[in-house]
Design a protein around this ligand. Structure first.
Ligand code: NAG
Ligand code: NAG
Ligand code: NAG
Length: 286
């Protein structure tokens, strides 16, 4: 029974991708000098026949970038080069490949947002999730943080219901990508100070993609939840800022609050704020 549920979750959640990894390392390709490069690697659930790959980056590719596509047939197999013709962000393989892993490597970082893999048999494109940076799970909670949690532009992180994160002073959460806080009525998520007398920084959001905060209690920080220079506004649902110097600070300008970037704040309150509960700067068009 357990196994069946597990298999179901995998197929439901990530289609044909098992995982996506990024990093940098020395890249060695036969007949060429090794170079220190950046890679984004996709591991497929099953060996997958591929005929083309489309690489979406934060700054769209022009086609002039030096990119190597490497693949292996099996999980621990030898890396091989896939030769291609490319136009902008689409890479058409000269020969179809059978890949268990596919790696996009380059000398400069590309900030890949997603990869679309076109399988050999005619069919729909499969899309990878954006790059997952962290997920915080209940079975490892509580977490004692030691450094900032920074979610970069093309990354996301998620926090499961019931998880507690404790922060020392001079650390906080910086969201340039997407953060899902998945608390529930019975199991809220707690973000708090390790030492009540020593506030942590709090959470600062400046992102182009909306985060979602559900059933969250954030306490003991300087800045509470601050949204500034943020083209996308997070969704707040049952969020409490308790005992922060500042509860919520929202810098909103004309670009926010339109149909495309709605402000959605439900059942959200600031209590025991030492300075300000809610501070809303700027204006919203009527
Ligand atoms: C966390 O980020 C803030 C703001 O950038 C910085 O001032 C602070 O030193 C960082 N904390 C640590 C532990 O690196
Ligand atoms: C949190 O919710 C998001 C969006 O529904 C989902 O993608 C993610 O897997 C969830 N993460 C956890 C740890 O619950
Ligand atoms: C929020 O969490 C803090 C720390 O656990 C707790 O002391 C406080 O009572 C909570 N506030 C609310 C409104 O639940």
């Amino acid at each position: 029974m357990l196994l069946r549920i597990f298999a179901f979750l995998i197929t439901e959640a990530i289609a044909s991708f098992l995982r996506v990894e990024t990093g940098h390392r020395s890249i060695e390709i036969d007949g060429r000098d090794p170079y220190y490069g950046h890679y984004t690697r996709v591991v497929f659930t099953d060996q997958t026949c591929i005929r083309a790959v489309t690489i979406h980056c934060l700054v769209p590719l022009t086609g002039a970038e030096e990119i190597d596509l490497l693949y292996t047939n099996c999980e621990n197999g030898q890396w091989r080069v896939a030769h291609y013709n490319n136009k902008e962000e689409r890479f058409y393989l000269k020969e179809q490949i059978q890949a268990k892993q596919l790696s996009v490597t380059s000398r400069i970082p590309l900030s890949i947002v997603d990869l679309q893999v076109e399988p050999c048999s005619p069919g729909t494109f499969k899309q990878a999730d954006p790059l997952e940076k962290h997920s915080f799970h209940l079975n490892n909670s509580p977490y004692q943080m030691t450094e900032n949690l920074t979610i970069e532009k093309d990354e996301f992180a998620s926090i499961e219901a019931g998880v507690q994160l404790f922060f020392p002073p001079n650390t906080g959460i910086f969201v340039y990508g997407t953060l899902y806080i998945n608390g529930t009525d019975k199991k809220p998520v707690y973000l708090e100070a390790i030492d009540e007398k020593k506030p942590w920084i709090g959470m600062i959001i400046s992102s182009e993609t909306p985060s979602t905060f559900s059933y969250l209690n954030l306490s003991g920080s300087v800045y509470g939840i601050t949204v500034k220079n943020s083209p996308a506004f997070p969704i707040f649902d049952h969020v409490v800022a308790d005992s922060n110097q500042n509860g919520f600070t929202f810098d909103v300008d004309e670009s926010i609050g339109s149909d495309e970037t709605p402000i959605r704040v439900y059942k959200t309150s600031a209590v025991n704020s030492l300075q300000n509960g809610f501070t809303i700067n700027g204006k919203v068009e009527n």
